[in-house]
Design a protein around this ligand. Structure first.
Ligand SMILES: *Cc1c(COP(=O)(O)O)cnc(C)c1O
Length: 431
């Protein structure tokens, strides 16, 4: 790829370190999303030159088995032929119109067919927008202000939802965020995950990640989701499942199908964009009728329902039939067992939580059930050296202890075996 004119392309500038130096001059922290800066694992981020299947190659030509997979969208692995073909074909017909297109109808129809109870949705361009708009809709529909969220759950970076967020917010050691006014979070109540909170008559909505995947991986305790459903029903509040990670990943019908609990509203993202910028929020027909142009809750987007993004999403969902979820889970089961074996052999205490194909990694001997317990595991400080030891062996985990491990359908037996070998050596190094 030719360098743009005006930028000298000396060899040093194409190393990871050289690129990071250039990046830091023009992008705050050198990145466009904080966790990518390697702040919580140390060292210089690798700059990805390309990806194929389970692998990425950095600017220096090093190959990594990739468990970041864009934090979820890469469920088929990188650059799957069907998705690339669909995007290229769509691009040739124009990339954005500001008028409705058939693919939007097809993607919404496909999503509603898969998720039990989902009748209508609106496409947006990120998970952040989906959660932000779902909150507005919940407030507009109920006429109530208060929302309840759980510590360590991440719902994107909109002001009212940044209180006690997981993922990058937690990595930065920020309890909240500069620039978010007390007023913006005044109606946000933060409760501990896995305990059903008091839900009162002022509450518009309870937002939850049905499997928490932004404080490491924390499964919902037995009865937690059912308890939320019942508490919301008693109070007349809406239950919102943020399925941006779990949607179309845990099962065809996401966490809703996996756990058999139906929310009133859903947020989606990641998988449904097949690597392009997409989000969606949806619910029952009556509730969605509050949205403009049918109702009084305004929400809009220049690139919403974008032709390339909907083409990528449709091609991705087409590859995700029931057998795909079985294969994905089998890959995760094998990796989880291998990682547990690696730590067992080394004598380093660690647990590998797994829900379906979603995996996590916590150092210590207990299985965290909430953010405080996850944070106690992170305080061991063992994630960073383990991450670096894996990276040196060609395995890319997420550069932060609060992220999940994402397997894709492109991870082969050989990739998993190589990962387990690397983990066995890395764990021995830690011991
Ligand atoms: C990633 C994520 C979001 C935000 O999605 P973006 O596309 O990054 O804005 C929201 N909720 C959950 C559960 C997520 O994992």
């Amino acid at each position: 790829m030719a360098e743009p004119p005006g930028i000298a392309a000396g060899d040093a500038e194409l190393t990871n370190a050289g690129l990071f130096e250039r990046a830091c001059a023009v992008l705050p922290g050198g990145v466009n999303s904080p966790v990518r800066a390697f702040g919580s694992v140390g060292g210089t981020p690798y700059f990805v030159a390309r990806g194929q299947g389970a692998h990425v190659w950095d600017a220096e030509g090093n190959r990594y088995i990739d468990y970041v997979q864009s934090y979820g969208p890469g469920i088929l692995g990188h650059a799957p032929a069907a998705v690339i073909g669909a995007v290229v074909a769509a691009a040739a017909d124009g990339t954005s119109f500001g008028a409705p297109t058939e693919r939007e109808v097809r993607l919404a129809t496909e999503m509603c067919a898969r998720v039990p109870g989902l009748e209508m949705l609106r496409l947006v361009s990120s998970g952040t927008e989906a959660a932000m708009s779902a909150v507005r809709l919940a407030r507009g529909a109920t006429g109530r202000n208060k929302i309840v969220k759980f510590a360590g759950c991440y719902h994107g970076h909109s002001d009212s939802l940044l209180a006690a967020g997981g993922s990058g917010v937690a990595n930065q050691g920020l309890s909240g965020c500069d620039g978010v006014t007390p007023g913006a979070v005044a109606d946000t109540v933060v409760a501990p995950y896995n305990v059903v909170p008091d839900v009162d008559g002022d509450t518009a909505a309870v937002l939850v990640e049905p499997v928490a995947a932004n404080m490491g991986l924390v499964a919902p305790a037995e009865g937690f989701l059912e308890g939320l459903r019942a508490a919301c029903d008693r109070a007349g509040a809406l239950l919102v499942f943020d399925e941006v990670i779990t949607g179309f990943r845990l099962a065809c019908g996401g966490a809703t199908e996996f756990y058999g609990v139906r929310p009133d509203l859903w947020c989606f993202g990641k998988v449904i964009g097949g690597g392009l910028p997409v989000g969606a929020f949806g619910g029952g027909r009556e509730l969605m009728g509050h949205l403009a142009p049918l109702g009084g809750v305004y929400q809009a987007g220049t690139l919403s329902g974008n032709p390339l993004a909907t083409a990528a999403g449709l091609a991705t969902l087409a590859a995700l039939d029931g057998s795909a979820y079985e294969r994905l889970e089998a890959i995760a089961v094998k990796l989880a067992a291998g990682l547990e074996g690696a730590f067992g052999a080394s004598g380093v205490d660690a647990v590998v939580p797994r829900v379906g194909s979603l995996l996590g990694l916590f150092f210590g001997d207990g299985m965290p059930r909430n953010f405080d317990e996850a944070a106690a595991s992170v305080a061991s400080g063992l994630y960073a050296p383990f991450f670096q030891a894996m990276l040196r062996r060609g395995v890319a985990l997420a550069p932060g202890p609060y992220e999940a491990i994402f397997v894709s359908l492109a991870h082969s037996e050989a990739d998993i075996d190589a990962t387990i070998t690397a983990a066995t050596e890395a764990a021995a190094e830690l011991a």
